[in-house]
Design a protein around this ligand. Structure first.
Ligand code: NI
Length: 178
């Protein structure tokens, strides 16, 4: 088990365009993904992108049954998504609260496409093709934004809905502070 340090907002490595993965089924890729899951689980995260641990590759993971940081969110299947491409299925946008392990202690209201088509491959190069909506669509957009150097505060339109998690949600029982 290897929990890696999560880079925090302000680190220029979070602002890079990530490189595509070209080799699959390798020991290095397996190790990276294992470290990412260990790191995400240790932080109670709903998702994590490789650039957040300083690895500039187009690799994201996400998924949970029940998540302490998002207690009302429906389950999202545990997924490894590499070299993703995203496309909205309609023009409808949806506002929702987001946090980020690279922006600890804060939450903001972020507009995202409500219905999303996404494609990519897993760590063995097998295709992943899904049409999703709601929180699943939100998580994928948030994680894939990391691959383009975009952090969720850059997406906020209304800064009156941006603040400290414990002030915004005083009753929320989260095992870890963001
Ligand atoms: Ni994030």
């Amino acid at each position: 088990m290897s929990v890696r340090e999560i880079l925090r907002m302000g680190d220029p490595r979070l602002l890079r365009q990530a490189e595509p993965v070209s080799q699959f089924g390798t020991r290095e890729l397996d190790q990276l993904i294992e470290d990412m899951f260990d790191t995400m689980h240790a932080a109670n995260g709903a998702g994590l992108a490789a650039p957040q641990i300083g690895v500039n590759l187009q690799v994201v993971i996400f998924g949970f049954g029940q998540n302490a940081r998002y207690p009302d969110a429906p389950p999202v299947p545990e997924t490894v998504l590499i070299n993703p491409s995203l496309k909205p299925l309609s023009e409808e946008m949806e506002q929702g609260w987001e946090g980020c392990l690279s922006v600890p202690g804060l939450r903001g209201m972020v507009p995202r496409w409500a219905r999303l088509h996404y494609e990519g491959v897993d760590q063995y190069g097998h295709a992943i093709v899904r049409d999703v909506e709601g929180f699943h669509a939100r998580v994928v957009q948030h994680e894939c934004d990391h691959l383009a150097g975009i952090l969720y505060p850059m997406r906020i339109k209304d800064f009156s809905h941006f603040g400290y998690t414990d002030i915004l949600f005083p009753g929320m029982d989260s095992a870890k502070e963001d």
